[in-house]
Every structure is written in structure tokens, then in C-alpha cells.
Write a protein that binds this ligand. Structure first.
Ligand code: CP
Length: 304
């Protein structure tokens, strides 16, 4: 695999290989596997976890990082095209990790075929490295990826993490409950995907105790202000679901609460010290998943 653009390109075997390798990095994240390599991180949209965990991944593997976290400091602010930006950076770096506000930007960059491209999020489309760390977190907390029941809660329309997660889990016989306000329903494209793959799902607007008590994973998401054209609509739906500690009573013993983060108001602070809260460790798993991805696109073997 030279590029990681979409979770759709990964088979079940690819996913298991990437997760098994991430486990090796969890055992020891400090290996000199990227010595002499330069990795570029080009972030045309804000990020904390994705950029810093990719950069930490490179640093802990002995490589060097170049790039920008704010595109206004790059020549794209002078009108340089994405094609020219990627072609230039490929002159300097061995691989490019990029986040862009346009859906399809990473695919376009990969088709230039100048350097391995890792999609760190393209608009409301996909976030495949997030999905791999989510799958890693599910496997780690549940013992397996097989046959899990997952509630996806919040912004299912614009949430690229939930879109990628449906595809990533599709190999492992999941069932889904989609919980969203009507304005932020799961797009038809992903419901059709579920139908085609015989993945059972139900849709509801009601974030009820029945939902919480019937799932293995509660995957909360932020309502993303930056994706709304109509800010009045954002104001109407922004606080529609708030998970509190009280709502977790009667949940399954194995239930874990995941969230790609950042959160704004959708998980109350009193959830943080419950045994179900896993979102901080989930973000930590991003380091290992991203070390695994970088070695994959660069063709670097990892041994015990
Ligand atoms: N989960 C995630 O993508 O977080 P950042 O936006 O902080 O990178």
C-alpha cells in the first residue's frame, strides 16, 4: 500500500495487519525505523490529536518532520494550487500526511503519485487513520472486532469519523444504532452501504437508556460548527445530546465510550472518571496506529 486515502481500500487482512503492528508499537514506540526519513505534515484545517500524534510517531521512530499547521503561513494563501504544493513538498519529504477541507483532496494528491499520501481528514468525507485507531481501541477493549453493537451518536451527516468507521467495521459483522437529530442523519450513501453489506442498523432521534444499555460501544461525536452553512441550524442542534454519568447506569459491563475528540459539550465532565470512559486512551492509541500506517506506506518492516 503506497497511499492511505480511504478506509475503503483496506481489506479485513490489511486492517488486522495494521492493528497487529500497532500493538508492537504500543509495546515499544521508540524504534529507529524512520532514521534518515523526512515526513511532511500539511494541515489546511485545524488539528490537535491527528497532527501531533503523527509528528510524535515520526519523532519516536527517529525521523524528521516538516510542514505547516496553519495554511495561511504557506504559499497556498498566495493562490498556489494543491497540485503545486504537493509537487513541491514531495521534492523534500519521503511521505506527506495531509488534512484538507475539500472532500477528495487526498485522493487527488495521491493520483499525482509524487510521494506516499496519508489522508488525515478530507472535509466531511473520510478520516482513515482515525478509523484505525478506533478499531484498535475497540479490539483492545472488547477483545475482538467481531459482532459488536455500536451506537453512533450526534453529527452523522458531516462526521467523517463515523463514515470511515462504518466502512472499517463492515468486515466484522457489526450492528449499528444511528442516533442523530433529523438535520444530521446518516447520509443515504452510508445507509446503502450497510444494506449492500447486510449490516443491520436502526435510526433514531432518541438518545435513550434502551440505546445505551444495548450496545458495546457508544461512539459520541461533536456537532461540527465549521461544516454548517446555516449557523442558526447549528445553534438549534449543537447541544441536542449530552452524555452524563447518570445515563450510564444499567449499561453492559463491557461498554466503552469513544469519541474522536475534540468534545465541546456532548460528554459531561462527570463521565471522565467512569470505567466506561475510554476517549483519552483512544487518542493515545492514535500514536501506535499512526506509527503502523507510516511504516506501511513507506514499506518498512516491523518485527517484535
Ligand atoms: N480526532 C481528530 O481528528 O482530532 P483533531 O481534529 O484534534 O486532529
Amino acid at each position: 500500500m503506497k497511499h492511505l486515502v480511504s478506509i475503503n481500500q483496506l481489506s479485513a487482512e490489511d486492517i488486522i495487519r495494521l492493528l497487529d503492528r500497532a500493538e508492537l508499537f504500543e509495546q515499544n514506540p521508540n524504534r529507529r525505523l524512520l532514521e534518515g526519513r523526512v515526513i511532511a505534515t500539511l494541515f489546511f484545517e485545524p488539528s490537535t490529536r491527528t497532527r501531533l500524534s503523527f509528528e510524535t510517531a515520526v519523532n519516536r521512530l527517529g525521523g524528521r518532520v516538516i510542514g505547516f499547521s496553519d495554511a495561511t503561513t504557506s504559499s497556498s494563501s498566495k493562490g498556489e494550487s494543491l497540485k503545486d504544493t504537493i509537487s513541491m513538498v514531495a521534492n523534500y519529504a519521503d511521505a506527506i500526511v495531509m488534512r484538507h477541507y475539500l472532500e477528495g483532496a487526498a485522493l487527488y494528491a495521491s493520483e499525482l503519485d509524487r510521494a506516499p499520501i496519508v489522508n488525515a481528514g478530507d472535509g466531511a468525507n473520510q478520516h482513515p487513520s482515525q478509523t484505525l485507531l478506533d478499531l484498535y481501541s475497540i479490539r483492545k477493549t472488547q477483545g475482538s472486532l467481531e459482532g459488536k453493537t455500536i451506537a453512533l451518536v450526534g453529527d452523522l451527516k458531516y462526521g467523517r469519523t463515523v463514515h470511515s468507521l462504518i466502512v472499517g467495521l463492515s468486515h466484522f459483522h457489526p450492528s449499528f444504532i444511528f442516533v442523530s437529530p433529523p438535520e444530521l442523519r446518516m447520509p443515504e450513501e452510508y445507509k446503502d452501504f450497510c444494506r449492500q453489506h447486510e449490516i443491520p442498523f436502526v435510526e433514531t432521534t432518541d438518545f435513550s437508556s434502551e440505546v445505551i444499555q444495548s450496545v458495546d460501544i457508544l461512539y459520541m461525536t461533536r456537532v461540527q460548527r465549521e461544516r454548517f452553512i446555516d449557523l442558526e441550524e447549528y445553534e438549534r442542534v449543537k447541544n441536542v445530546y449530552i452524555l452524563t454519568r447518570e445515563m450510564l447506569s444499567g449499561c453492559r459491563d463491557n461498554l466503552r465510550v469513544l469519541h474522536p475528540l475534540p468534545r465541546v459539550g456532548e460528554i459531561a465532565q462527570d463521565v471522565d472518571d467512569t470505567p466506561q470512559a475510554y476517549y483519552v486512551q483512544q487518542a493515545q492509541n492514535g500514536l501506535y496506529a499512526r506509527q503502523s500506517i507510516l511504516c506501511e506506506v513507506l514499506g518498512i518492516e516491523v518485527v517484535q
